[in-house]
Design a protein around this ligand. Structure first.
Ligand code: ADP
Ligand code: MG
Length: 836
């Protein structure tokens, strides 16, 4: 089956911060026509624009989502139809295109703050796994890969080595083509995900790896392309046909032009690469949209090679043009829309990707070969005269027995073309028939075969029935005895305080009686055996591991600095908010878990009561020789309807618990990611602090007559080690070479020399550990604080003198302190500069 379709294009407008941006665009959603987006170029901009005569540009889209559209709407309208066709066996691709900051990552992956902000990837995973669970008639396999293309090189974001290496050290993912022109990716790992949680973990792991590999100098997230792929295989049990479908969810690099960004050095190289690969993408799209073009330049870039099927090939492709419609972004927005219009011309042909399972195919072919060989033997008239061996005879009899026992009317007795074997079969069957005749059990008829195989069955059935009868007799005896006992008990109870129900049987802690396994079976199949510990949800091993390792590596001094850094960091508010939500969800889940357990017990008790009631009724009938009342027992009916209600309640609570579980998992991952990010930013800040400390110390020392930092060989080594430990490679690059070691220095204890070197801030407020690494960290922290103070003094001093320091000559003085703060948008540890 082939589905022909042009690439679907959608537009999404990012909410603007400033309200005065209104009037820049308008959306026309006439129901009969394709919706169109009109971008109005303001007069003051038009002059410098491409064509100053035109004031507005109109672009058609499948649908346009204005600022208010939420993530759910985007998923329902854009991603869900694609996910559905992937489930049906067609390839799918969704890619986001737009300038940096226009919301590509927000749309594809989602925002890092709220659960409701989750984007297309987590929602699609959730939807796909939900559908797979519903369809129990098919066997599905889901595998995930996550590829990043940066500067024309591919990196596997799920490579476990990511934790230990920088991006550049990882083996590159390479593209190669097989003789059938199919694209394969070498070094890209595929991870099987059995549940939604596992798939979600892979997504977060990849995102975190991407973030970790990013340094301030290479903001890979805006300069690289990311392709998250879901590979789905399905097979019906017993069938030889397998379906494969791939879904690529692509977050492209920012589409801004180099000229506008006005960057130099490494950034220019990167911009060139992004633009080169986006340029090649554009070339492919132009070639595809032109009729009669025989050569499509897919091979020019890695991205177009990987997405070859998605562009004009076997795939249902959708593009989301993300637009940030603010005055300053007008030209980029127009260029994004123009690109989309060209994309909309491309026709794709998606085919149902079915293939025969090779193993089953081999079995089929082997059988066919044997049949052909047999036919050939008959045709060539091959004769055998020697007698069949005992083993051959035994083998034949086995074949005949299984043939006779086989209930399938189509089954065949496969003995090949050997006439000796064929004759032997007839003899054997004749013998069987005669034996039957002698026993008078059957007459010769066309139903001989059936008779032969049904006789033993009947006997078996008869035996079964006899056993059952015996069982029932025993049961009735037991019941009568029980009833007698009950009656006696009831009479006794009348004399004492009354009847206690619990005496009849089962403890409260076991909701289902041991002899009643059916009780469990009526509940949803996925019900956990015990809903107790909500903390056991999912695993976040990799992220968690990284977080703890980072934390454990920190000394006490650094940890203190980290705590302060964290307190002032903008993200900590989000983390705190999410913590609160998580707490609520946890307690909700806990309460729900308890209610579920209660309901389970209740269901068990009700079943128990119904059984008891039923038994009593039967036993009463038997002991008093009265026929079972034909009227339905009212009490039993009531119990049954109660049972049904409880079951519905149970199912509802269980569904809610499942949804909560996914939400908790997602929130935990969001928090873990935010924490790793915070830690990474802290490391960068710390490294920067340490660097500026070294760079500035001579000048500062001379200015303030500070005691020089004691340069023991020990501390020197520690300090350089500390600086080398920093994660930011770029920070390392600009570190000055270590100062020369003073010649005559008495070896002294580290803590003693530390105390000597700290004139202002008492070291006692920060615990010294005696561990040289830790202490040098503490020292570095104190020195960082001092350096800030010193810099402030120096600035004031120089300002008063009307001078500029030689090291800051290229920068206005006001800007110097910002160099030691974390980069915007985070406020950074402001108190460090203000509190002293
Ligand atoms: P891109 O990936 O295109 O560079 P991002 O997705 O990172 O852009 O978006 C930039 C910022 O704008 C992020 O902080 C993101 O949360 C926010 N943002 C983008 N789109 C939306 C939206 N539709 N609603 C709310 N915030 C958005
Ligand atoms: Mg992005």
């Amino acid at each position: 089956m082939v589905k022909q379709q042009t690439i679907q294009i959608f537009a999404r407008v990012k909410p603007t911060v400033r309200k005065q941006q209104q009037g820049i665009y308008s959306i026309d959603e006439d129901e009969k026509l394709t919706p169109s987006l009109e971008i109005i170029v303001p007069h003051d901009l038009a002059d410098g624009f491409v064509n100053n005569k035109r004031e507005s540009y109109k672009f058609k889209f499948q649908r346009i989502f204005d600022q208010g559209a939420n993530q759910e709407t985007i998923f329902e309208n854009i991603a869900k139809p694609v996910a559905e066709s992937v489930l049906a066996g067609y390839n799918g691709t969704i890619f986001a295109y737009g300038q940096t900051g226009s919301g590509k990552t927000f749309t594809i992956t989602g925002g890092a703050e709220r659960y409701s902000d989750r984007g297309i990837i987590p929602r699609t995973l959730s939807y796909i796994f939900e559908q797979l669970q519903k369809d129990s008639s098919t066997i599905y396999t889901t595998r995930i890969s996550y590829l990043e293309i940066y500067n024309e090189c591919g990196y596997d974001l799920l490579d476990p080595r990511h934790e230990a290496s920088s991006l550049e050290d990882l083996p590159k993912v390479t593209v190669f083509e097989d003789p059938d022109q199919n694209i394969h990716l070498k070094n890209l790992s595929l991870h099987q995900a059995v549940t939604e949680e596992e798939a979600l973990n892979l997504l977060f792991l990849g995102d975190t790896n991407r973030m970790i590999a990013e340094t301030p100098m290479n903001q890979a997230s805006t300069r690289s392309h990311c392709i998250f792929s879901i590979h789905l295989s399905s097979k019906e049990p017993g069938s030889a046909t397998v379906r494969h479908a791939k879904l690529h969810l692509v977050d492209l690099a920012g589409s801004e032009r180099v000229a506008k960004t006005g960057v130099g050095g490494q950034l220019l190289t990167e911009a060139k690469y992004i633009n080169l690969s986006l340029h090649y993408l554009e070339q492919v799209i132009i070639a595809l949209s032109e009729k009669h073009r025989s050569h499509i330049p897919y091979r020019n870039s890695m991205m177009t090679s990987v997405l070859r099927d998605s562009l004009g090939g076997n795939c249902m492709t959708t593009m989301i043009a993300t637009l940030s419609l603010e005055k300053r972004n007008i030209d980029e927005s127009i260029s994004t829309c123009r690109f989309a219009q060209r994309v909309a011309l491309i026709k794709n042909e998606a085919v149902l990707n079915e293939e025969i399972d090779p193993r089953l195919m081999i079995i089929r072919l082997q059988k066919e070969i044997q049949e052909l060989k047999d036919e050939l033997a008959i045709v060539t008239g091959e004769q055998r005269t020697e007698a069949l061996t005992d083993a051959e005879l035994l083998e034949l009899e086995k074949l005949i027995t299984s043939f006779l026992e086989d209930q399938d009317p189509e089954s065949r007795l496969e003995v090949g073309t050997d006439m000796r074997k064929i004759h032997h079969c007839f003899h054997y069957l004749k013998k069987l028939l005669n034996d039957k005749k002698i026993h008078g059990k059957s007459t010769v008829s066309s139903e001989i075969k059936d008779q032969d195989c049904q006789e033993p069955l009947k006997e078996e059935e008869y035996k079964k029935l006899r056993d059952l009868l015996q069982q029932r007799d025993n049961e009735i005896n037991i019941l009568v005895n029980m009833l007698k006992k009950e009656k006696k008990k009831a009479q006794d109870a009348l004399h004492s305080s009354g009847m206690d129900r619990s005496e009849c049987g089962h403890s409260q802690s076991s909701p289902f009686p041991p002899g009643n396994p059916e009780g469990l079976r009526t509940l949803p199949s996925s019900a956990p055996t015990q809903v107790q510990d909500v903390n056991t949800f999912g695993y976040r091993s990799s992220l968690l591991h990284r977080k703890t390792v980072m934390r454990e590596e920190m000394s006490l001094g650094r940890q203190e600095a980290f705590e302060i850094f964290k307190r002032d960091h903008a993200d900590s508010v989000t983390i705190e908010d999410n913590k609160q939500i998580l707490k609520q969800r946890f307690s909700e889940a806990k309460a729900l878990g308890e209610s579920i357990n209660e309901t389970r017990s209740k269901i068990g008790r009700l079943k128990e009561e119904i059984t008891q009631r039923h038994m009593q009724q039967v036993a009463l009938g038997i002991s008093e020789n009265v026929a079972m009342p034909s009227m339905p027992d009212l009490l039993e009916e009531k119990l049954r309807s109660q049972l049904e209600e409880e079951k519905i309640r149970y199912k509802m609570m269980f569904t809610r618990l499942k949804a909560l579980k996914v939400e908790i998992e997602h929130l935990q991952l969001l928090m873990d990611k935010a924490k790793v990010k915070l830690q990474k930013e802290f490391e960068a800040w710390w490294a920067e602090e340490a660097t500026s400390l070294q760079v500035n110390s001579p000048a500062v020392n001379s200015l303030n007559h500070m005691k020089p930092f004691p340069q023991t060989p020990e501390s020197q080594r520690e300090r350089s080690q500390l600086l080398c430990n920093q994660s930011d490679v770029n920070a390392r690059k600009i570190l000055p070479s270590p100062c020369p070691i003073p010649h005559s220095r008495e070896p002294s204890s580290t803590s003693a020399s530390l105390e000597d070197s700290i004139p202002e801030k008492p070291a006692s407020s920060i615990p010294l550990t005696g561990d040289s690494q830790t202490d040098s960290d503490i020292l570095a922290f104190i020195k960082a604080r001092q350096s800030i103070l010193q810099k402030k003094c120096k600035c004031t001093f120089l300002l008063l003198q009307g001078h500029r320091s030689p090291s800051s000559a290229h920068q206005p003085l006001r800007e110097r302190p910002t160099a030691i703060r974390p980069k915007t948008p985070y406020a950074g540890p402001s108190h460090l500069t203000s509190s002293q």
